[in-house]
Design a protein. Sequence first.
Lengths: 401, 165
Amino acid sequence: MAEMTPTPVLDAATDQPLIINMGPQHPSTHGVLRLLLEIDGETVVRMMPDIGYLHTGIEKTCEAKFYQQVVPMTDRIDYLCPMTNNLAYCLAVEKLLGLEIPPRGQWLRVMLNELTRINSHLVWLGTHAMDIGAMTVFLYCFRERENILRLFEAVSGQRMMTSYFRIGGVALEPPLDFFGGVKAFNDTFPEKIDEYEGLLTQNPIFVNRLKGVAHISREDALVLAATGPTLRASGVDVDLRRDAPYSGYENFQFKVPVSDAGDVYARYLVRVAELRESQKLVKQALEGIPEGSVKADAPKVVLPDREKMKTEMEALIYHFKIVTEGFTVPEGEVYQAIESPRGEMGYYVVSDGTAKPYRVHMRSPSFANLQALPKMCEGRLIADVVAAIGSIDIVLGDCDR
Amino acid sequence: MALEPAVTDLEQLKSHPEVASLLAWNQRAVEGAKFDRQELSIYLERTALRAACNVLRADPALQYDALSDVTCVDWFPRDPRFEVIYHLFSTVTKKRVRLKVRLSDADASVDSLTPIWPGANYFEREVYDLFGVRFDEHPNLKRIMMPDNWEGHPLRRDYPVEGYR
């Protein structure tokens, strides 16, 4: 009989840290995020996120498109909040053009943006709770999300990739009874939030799993370029809707939820409070929506109404020119940042005076917030990594672009 | 709202505390400035970048404590070819300022801002990956979006949209 190899003896003194690979297909990494973890027992010693699996070169593609053709591409960056991306891009180009949007268009944009925020936060809440082990919440959240997607479909014809905002306003006046649908959803939504909170906020399993986990201090969050709820849960009171108002947000009253705790539970509380504030914003937008046009009066930029295009020579010429050769934008550069559900979504658009943007750069909140993740997880248990990933609400399409 | 012409005269722009503060610190560091569409851009001498950021951060009237974004624009075939662009944000005054550094193709490198803001790490890696601009003293200057063995820098203007075939 051949000689048997001796059983290796585990020696604590020569014990090496182990490097393990989490993702890119791990179910709780919310997309194709790959994390390299150096672990010592159950403790994470170092973490290195590896991204780029969803890089599609959108910034490069934008340089080859007319200004108006970029709008549908912005949907696909952060697929959970398409309207927010549309808005940031449209605002940037409108700033370059010096174009003013009529109040009704602005109000409509705010309303849809807040619905988008609710939509995005519902996906976050459902998946985050499911990561922690609460399956029911996921089903509840997606029940309400479905209603929002129906509203998006009614207004734009699409459930997710809406492309509803256009440079100079929105594509169309919303259909009949759209506002009735929004009101029906909005009026019942607060009790739904109570329902989620009833399942989670005081739930001892959920609280013990999240409280004190993945803590990040105010200073660290700030220098690591974290924004949005991740930053506000660490005690920095910044919300661009209030601090640098755009699209008429200065006409709305809302509170900015802030917490000093800096842990996963604080980020949960901040986002749930934001759900309630967004609901109030939608209510205000519904009640105060002005009459008038949803598009700016700029025939060289905004496509004419279909009816006009078919009956008026001038409108037909403008339509033909915009579609075939685009519209020129005066030379210059603009950085327009808005508050997306995840944080600061910034569009840097450079124009060289032609009909195609010279450069479009997206400052995406997921990309920046990801840098805070190693700080949150290093020195803590590997089981908490899952909770931490959920708490920064990462969307990899937004991260990689 | 009609567009107002951009202001590029440094004397006129001294009314902006950012410009005044940097000029008071080091006249030679500021190569120029522009106020256009309610946004202030300051062109900096490339070796002065990090120190200038420290000035803007420490000035009690300005307190630019957050780095929002780092990106780059390639003005090929103009020389200097690259403009690296930094967007600073103050969580106290809620103001923004844009800093720019011009770099030529022959020596496309600038000081990394990671010693001040560790959050500059990913942004600078992205610019390195897609433009080929190097950041000195960066802790981990590797490609971030493209595969490690990728050839070329896709966001350069002389890189075709469909890629090399």
